[in-house]
Design a protein around this ligand. Structure first.
Ligand code: KG4
Ligand code: ZN
Length: 380
């Protein structure tokens, strides 16, 4: 499948970023998981952003037969696809490499083979065209993306919710993050995928579980609400996942109606737990840093309509605005890497050619890693 999509988000009518002094033009490269992506963004001296090109090639079709992302297949696909995507991104942006202010690549965290492909390519471009290199933390790119499409000032509260991450972060400035909560085992998207797999639904499971849940009865199974009522803002999904497995085994063979009800019960438990954890996260934010400018969400799970509704409810209850970047910018893409690169460049932050690819890279340098990671994904 070629899920290439490209979209532009306009500057103010009649205004081009070329009118804004000190505009930076940055090429961004994303290869940390199963999306190969390249994009060019402009950042005006006034901090405003504009996407000049944003091309994402999903490798869903390559991985679907295996029921999950296969790192070796991903790395090879990145090698095959990346050059062409970069060429297209530059062409759509109508820019020559010499016009770039910098080239940014996600240097981690992620699947190391893919990270090496993207970062090495960025180094080669930076070297050949004598332009600065920015080695971007993929999580920082998610964290800063809302500032690409809207005037959002620091500090704000980020809920990063994908297949690899479940974190609540206080975003206080570029490079200044405080982790308020995280999962102690599975990421939420990972739990959706695993529940889908155990119920025989196709990969990726999140949208399938959401669809089944919309038909099911959320009250038929009484699943636990992990961590609910605790004073910290951490998440846990593995106990809930086991409860779904046990309930499914108990009524095997499963009829379609059973699958719908199991999905509805699972999703309702996730929503309930998420609302509670986020409410505590926002309270912790308020106590330490004052009222956040907004609650923003990023990651594939933020595509879930029921999750979006819960985020709106929590934000309203806490007196905070909810900001959801356009869906194409919530999931992995090159524009978010280019934008994080531009934000860093604007502060004079660049990297040397010795910048290393990193499988793990905490966003908040001082954070402690919870002790109960069940696998490597949750530790990204
Ligand atoms: O951010 P993303 O595209 O990639 C990374 O994980 O980095 O997120 C993918 C994750 C998968 O676990 C997928 O199942 C989940 O997001 N997801 C959803 C939905 N759409 C995608 N989870 C629940 N409901 C959805 N509608
Ligand atoms: Zn991501």
């Amino acid at each position: 499948m070629t899920a290439a999509n490209s979209f532009l988000i306009s500057a103010a009518p009649g205004q081009s970023e070329r009118d804004v002094p000190d505009t930076l033009y940055v090429l961004g490269i994303e290869t940390t998981c199963d999306e190969t992506a390249a994009a060019v963004v402009a950042r005006g001296g006034d901090g405003g952003g504009r996407i000049l090109s944003n091309i994402v090639r999903s490798q869903l079709a390559e991985h679907a037969p295996f029921g999950g992302v296969v790192p070796e297949i991903a790395a090879r696909a990145h090698v095959d696809l990346l050059d062409g995507l970069i060429g297209r991104a530059m062409k759509e942006a109508s820019l020559d490499f010499r016009a770039l202010s910098g080239v940014a690549a996600a240097a981690g965290p992620g699947l190391i083979g893919g990270v090496i492909v993207g970062l090495t390519t960025a180094k080669a471009i930076a070297m050949v065209h004598d332009t600065p290199l920015v080695a971007v933390n993929h999580l920082e790119a998610h964290a800063l993306t809302p500032r690409l499409t809207a005037a959002l000032s620091f500090p704000y509260c980020l809920f990063l919710v994908s297949g690899g991450h479940t974190q609540i972060q206080a975003v206080r400035g570029v490079g200044d993050y405080v982790r308020l909560g995280t999962t102690v085992d599975d990421a939420i998207g990972e739990a959706f995928d695993k529940v889908a797999k155990m119920l025989g639904l196709p990969y990726p499971g999140g949208p399938e579980v959401e669809r089944a849940a919309s038909r099911g009865d959320p009250g038929r199974f009484a699943f636990p609400r992990p961590m609910k009522g605790r004073r910290d803002a951490n998440f846990s999904l593995s106990g809930l996942k086991t409860a779904v497995r046990n309930a499914a085994f108990a009524i095997t063979p499963l009829r379609p109606r059973d699958i719908d009800d199991l999905c509805a019960g699972f999703q309702a438990a996730v929503l309930d737990s998420t609302a509670d954890r986020l409410r505590i996260g926002l309270e912790l934010f308020d106590a330490r840093f004052g009222r956040p400018a907004a609650l923003v969400a990023a990651g594939g799970v933020a595509a879930n309509q029921a999750v979006r509704a819960v985020l709106g409810d929590v934000a309203a209850a806490c007196g905070t605005a909810l900001m959801l970047p356009p869906m194409g910018l919530c999931t992995d893409n090159g524009a978010m890497i280019a934008w994080a690169g531009a934000e860093r460049l604007a502060l004079g932050l660049t990297d040397g050619f010795d910048a290393r690819p990193r499988a793990r890279w905490l966003l908040d340098a001082n954070a402690t890693v919870p002790s109960r990671f069940s696998n490597t994904r949750a530790g990204f």
